[in-house]
Design a protein around this ligand. Structure first.
Ligand SMILES: [Zn+2]
Length: 410
């Protein structure tokens, strides 16, 4: 993980904290309010003492002290670009290299090399996505074609004319461009030099992956990145979660206590990036993920996370966060099952009871199915299911809440 030669991540963290506390008034206030002195943070393990700053809090702080909420840690005259992402959140970029360095390493994982000619289709306007990819690719020594979004036909012609070898952007847009190439009479992959793609910005379903990799012969990698922090994690051939990116501190933390969760548990993705311009220490992304610590079949030793959804959509059941997407993903493993809804009650005012209503769409052995489905859900959420009720297709509305909290607190 070291991003500077001869400096350990712990030393790098201590230097970042010292710099941020000295120069960013908001960071100083967070530490002072929590009674934490900068020199108390000597190791990554010490970070849990620092309160998490959520995305909403950051937006509020920026509104109260515009434009950067007291998080700018360099003189204003050294800011080189200002981006804005939804929130709204203002993001200053200076001469720092870390976002590019971390991103460059992720592109390398995706097989991108020096000299690669890359079509970068994320937007370059206002939101930092396009520039984050651009900086990462140039750090790697690639040649960027900054095409941005839209203009599908033009993009299709760029692929052909410029002999583009790599693509960066969303998977759905690449599919749109490749379909356009075919519509124009081109043959994918025979006429294209395109060999690899790095996707970010939207989910990358297995069906789309199969099309890119098998039908079009591309090597693809899916990366998790945010506007505030750049690249955070990326997937691998094993397809079992996303490896933490090197050169940035990614933690999965309990939403209430802020402490890192144990392996297999769900928590918020909390990030500390080595960014001297805009040091966000323990930034709560609002994304919920399962922390996976077991070795990955691909051999990459970095721990992994599996994204499950947003923090506000999850409900705590017997002390564990349960997200509707976890119930959905368990139900999707059974062809006989349709929509699912969880109902949390507390009949004896002591223990939470979890009931699942699930649509059954085929004539099957219900007792056996209930047992298998219950076990599959427990594997995902680590909370046992008290009762499974099968209902007819259509009984759960398409827009129904994935989990309903019917507990009363007496
Ligand atoms: Zn792996």
């Amino acid at each position: 993980m070291p991003t500077r030669r001869n400096i350990s991540p712990d030393q790098q963290l201590a230097a970042l904290i010292k710099h941020a506390y000295a120069h960013a008034p908001a960071v100083r206030k967070i530490f002072d309010d929590a009674g934490v002195v900068p020199r108390a943070i000597k190791r990554i393990a010490d970070l849990e003492r620092v309160p998490i700053t959520t995305k909403d809090q950051l937006a509020q702080l920026q509104r109260a002290a515009p434009p950067f909420g007291g998080f700018l840690a360099i003189p204003a005259r050294r800011v080189r670009r200002v981006f804005q992402s939804p929130g709204p959140l203002n993001e200053p970029h200076g001469a720092e290299k870390n976002i590019a360095r971390v991103g460059g390493a992720v592109f390398r994982r995706a097989g991108f090399k020096r000299g690669e000619v890359v079509l970068n289709t994320l937007t370059y306007h206002l939101s930092p996505g396009g520039w984050i990819l651009d900086a990462a690719l140039r750090h790697l020594g690639a040649c960027v074609v900054p095409s941005g979004v839209g203009n599908t036909e033009l993009q299709a012609r760029l692929l052909l004319d410029l002999k583009i070898t790599g693509y960066a952007g969303t998977p759905s847009f690449l599919m749109t461009i490749l379909k356009k190439v075919e519509e124009l009479g081109g043959n994918v992959p025979a006429q294209l030099a395109l060999r690899r793609a790095l996707f970010t910005g939207e989910p990358y379903p297995p069906s789309l992956r199969a099309q890119f990799e098998e039908a079009y012969g591309l090597r693809t990698l899916n990366a998790y990145a945010t506007a505030e922090l750049g690249f955070l994690a990326y997937d691998c051939a094993a397809q079992q979660g996303l490896h933490f990116a090197e050169g940035v501190i990614v933690q999965v933390c309990d939403v209430a206590t802020g402490k890192p969760v144990a392996a297999g548990e769900v928590g918020q993705v909390v990030v500390t990036a080595f960014n001297e311009t805009y040091p966000l220490i323990r930034f709560g992304t609002g994304d919920l993920a399962t922390y996976l610590a077991a070795p990955c079949a691909c051999g990459n030793p970095m721990p992994r996370l599996a994204l499950v959804g947003r923090v506000g959509e999850a409900i705590k059941v017997r002390g564990m966060f349960v997200h509707p997407n976890q119930l959905k993903s368990a139900a999707a493993k059974f062809p006989a099952l349709g929509r699912v809804q969880g109902i949390v009650t507390r009949p004896d005012h002591v223990r939470d009871a979890l009931t699942l209503q699930v649509e059954v769409t085929q004539d099957v052995d219900r007792a056996a199915l209930a047992e298998k489905f219950g076990a599959a859900v427990r594997d995902v959420i680590r909370v046992s299911v008290d009762r499974i009720e099968f209902v007819a297709p259509g009984e759960i509305a398409a827009d129904a809440k994935g989990i309903v909290d019917e507990r009363t607190w007496k």
